[in-house]
Write a protein that binds this ligand. Structure first.
Ligand code: PHE
Length: 455
C-alpha cells in the first residue's frame, strides 16, 4: 500500500466515499443526458450498447482511476507525475492528468449552463408559471428561456457560484451530509414520476423503444456515443474519480465501492428513461430533439398531476442539487492542483478555477441566442464543445488511463491497491484494462474516423 497521505483530508469511511462518488456520478448525465442520447441514437440498441459499455469498460476504468488516485494521493496532475516516475514510465504520462483536468473544466463550462436552466425551471414552477400544457407550449416555454441571453448568463453564474462556494469550503466535509439527503429523495421522486408516466403516458411504446434492440443497427458512431455516455455519466476520465480516490481510506475495497456506484447510477438513468419516454410518446414529442427533451417533457406531467407545482419545484431543485454534486467533482481536481502546486488557499483557488470556467461557459450560454448563427462544423458552440469533450477527449482520456493502469503500472502495485483477495474477478479487471478497453476504444474511434473520411 502506498504510504502517502492526502493533503486535503480523507473521507470518514467507505460509505462517505461511495456517497460522494455517487453524488458526482448521478447528475444531469443520467437524468438529462441519458434520455436524449437514447433518443438521438434510436432507442433500444443504444441502451443495450450503453449497458454493456458501463459494465465492461466503465466499471473497470472507474476502479483503475480510483486506484491511481489512492496510490498517488495528490491532485490528478501530480498523481500522474508521481506514479509515472515510480513506475519508471515516460514523463509524457503526466499529460494524462492534464488532459483529464482540462476536459473536466470544459465539460463544466456547458454543464453549468444546463444546470442553470434547471434552476430557472425550479424557480419558475415555484412562482406558479406554467411551463407548457401541451407539446407546443412546452417547447415555446423552453425556447423562451434559452433565447434570453441575460437570463442564461444569470443562471449560469448562480449555479457556478454555488459550486465554487462549496468547493472553496472543502469537499470532504460538506458533501457527505448533503448527498445523504438529496440522493435518496431524488430517487423517491423519480419513482413517483415513473409510476405517473406509466399510468398517464404510453408505457408500452416506451418499453419497446427502450428495450427492443436490433443488432443490425449497431454502427460505429452509435457505439462511440454509448461509450461517451458511459464515461460521462460515471464521471470517468476527468480526474474527478482520481481526486476522490486520493481521499479514500487505505482499507476500502475499490471493486465493491465502484460496483455500488455504477449500479446506483444505472438505476437512476433507467428511471429517467422510464419517466421521459412514456410522456414524450403520449404527447407526440420528438425523442430525437436533443438537449431540450427533459425540459419540454416533464412540465407536462407537473401541470397535470395533483400538487404538481410543488412536486415539480422539488424535482427540479433536487436535480440542481444533484448537478451541484457533479459540478463539485468537476471543479475539485483543478482546485486541488491549485492548492497543492500553486499554494493558493482553497477559497481563492475555487474562485479562480470557477472564474475561468465561467468565462468559457459564456460561449455556451450565448449559443442559443446571441451566437446562435455561429457554426463550428458540429453545430453551434455548445454542440461543438459537447461533441469534442464527449466523443474525442473523454474516450482519449479513458484510453490513456487504461493503458497506464494496465501496462505501465506494475502488477504488484495495482494488486496491492485493489486487494487481490477478490481472486478471479481481479483477473477480469486486468483483462479489461489491458486489452478490452484499449481495443474497444481504438476500434470504435478508428471506425468513426474512417466513416467520416469516407463520407
Ligand atoms: N457524471 C456527472 C453526471 O452524470 C457528470 C460528471 C462528469 C461529473 C465527470 C464529474 C465528472 O452528471
Amino acid at each position: 500500500m502506498s504510504q502517502r497521505r492526502s493533503l486535503q483530508g480523507q473521507w470518514s469511511s467507505r460509505f462517505a466515499f461511495v456517497l460522494a462518488a455517487t453524488g458526482s456520478a448521478i447528475g444531469l448525465g443520467s437524468i438529462w443526458r441519458f434520455p436524449f442520447a437514447v433518443g438521438e441514437n434510436g432507442g433500444g440498441t443504444f441502451v443495450a450498447t450503453y449497458l454493456a459499455a458501463v459494465l465492461c469498460l466503465g466499471l473497470p476504468l472507474m476502479m483503475a482511476e480510483v486506484m491511481l488516485g489512492r496510490r498517488g494521493r495528490r491532485n490528478p496532475i501530480t498523481t500522474m507525475t508521481l506514479l509515472s516516475e515510480e513506475e519508471a514510465g515516460h514523463r509524457a504520462w503526466r499529460w494524462v492528468g492534464v488532459l483529464g483536468v482540462a476536459t473536466g473544466l470544459l465539460i463544466l463550462s456547458y454543464y453549468s449552463v444546463i444546470a442553470g436552466w434547471t434552476l430557472a425551471y425550479a424557480v419558475r414552477l415555484a412562482s406558479g408559471a406554467t411551463l407548457g400544457v401541451d407539446a407546443a407550449s412546452a417547447a415555446g416555454a423552453f425556447s423562451a428561456l434559452r433565447s434570453d441571453p441575460l437570463e442564461a448568463l444569470l443562471w449560469h453564474s448562480a449555479f457556478l457560484g454555488a459550486a465554487a462556494w462549496v468547493v472553496g469550503r472543502g469537499v470532504v466535509d460538506g458533501l457527505e451530509r448533503a448527498v445523504t439527503v438529496t440522493m435518496p429523495l431524488l430517487v423517491v421522486l423519480l419513482v413517483v414520476l415513473v409510476a405517473w408516466a406509466a399510468r398517464h403516458g404510453d408505457l408500452e411504446r416506451a418499453l419497446a423503444y427502450l428495450f427492443e434492440g436490433d443488432a443490425a443497427r449497431v454502427d460505429p458512431p452509435m457505439v462511440l456515443a454509448a461509450f461517451a455516455q458511459a464515461f460521462f455519466t460515471l464521471s470517468i476520465g476527468v480526474g474527478a474519480l482520481m481526486a476522490y480516490g486520493a481521499y479514500l481510506p487505505a482499507t476500502t475495497r475499490i471493486g465493491g465501492a465502484s460496483l455500488t456506484i455504477v449500479a446506483a447510477n444505472c438505476f437512476v438513468s433507467l428511471l429517467a428513461g422510464l419517466t421521459i419516454f412514456p410522456l414524450a410518446f403520449r404527447h407526440g414529442i420528438d425523442p430525437a430533439q436533443g438537449e431540450g427533451l427533459l425540459f419540454t417533457t416533464l412540465p407536462l406531467a407537473f401541470v397535470a398531476m395533483p400538487g404538481g407545482r410543488l412536486f415539480g419545484t422539488l424535482f427540479f431543485l433536487l436535480l440542481v442539487l444533484a448537478a451541484l454534486g457533479s459540478a463539485i467533482a468537476l471543479l475539485e481536481p483543478a482546485v486541488a492542483w491549485a492548492v497543492e502546486r500553486r499554494a493558493l488557499v482553497r477559497p481563492r483557488a475555487a474562485l479562480a478555477v470557477a472564474g475561468l470556467v465561467w468565462l468559457l461557459g459564456i460561449g455556451s450560454a450565448l449559443s442559443f441566442n446571441l451566437l446562435a448563427g455561429l457554426s463550428f462544423g458540429h453545430g453551434d458552440l455548445f454542440d461543438s464543445v459537447e461533441f469534442v469533450t464527449s466523443r474525442v477527449l473523454l474516450p482519449l482520456s479513458a484510453l490513456s488511463l487504461s493503458l497506464f493502469a494496465g501496462w505501465v503500472m506494475c502488477r504488484g502495485a495495482s494488486n496491492e491497491e485493489l486487494e487481490v483477495g477478490i481472486g478471479s474477478r481481479y483477473g477480469a479487471w486486468r483483462f479489461a484494462v489491458r486489452w478490452l478497453a484499449p481495443a474497444a476504444l481504438v476500434g470504435a474511434g478508428a471506425a468513426v474516423l474512417v466513416g467520416w473520411l469516407g463520407g
